[in-house]
Design a protein around this ligand. Sequence first.
Ligand SMILES: [Zn+2]
Length: 118
Amino acid sequence: MYYRCYICHKPPRGFCWLDPNRFQSSENRRASFKRFCSKTCQDIHYQLHRKGVDVNRTDLEQKAAESVLAPLADYVMAVGMEKGLGSYSKDEIIGLVDTVLESYHCTLQELYKDEVPF
Ligand SMILES: [Zn+2]
């Protein structure tokens, strides 16, 4: 079982989904169980499932990873280009990680929204 948000990979926060079709095997039904970080991601999954859209997660994840580059560059420039990563303070490293994760998650949510017209 996957213990991350099925859409954006953030930690789940109590939003779930289970295929309501009771005429399938219990194994398939159990496999349909998904966890989500928010109502937004839950809705995205519901709309995709309703439309029968099978999204290639690898392509979207790759796009989300590439989208991190610009915010990461902005952050590094704000800290100082002459400063090496080994010289970063703990707070600067945490800021860097937050910048990357926030950009990745937000972009992934936006990409999935593009797949669903709602
Ligand atoms: Zn999510």
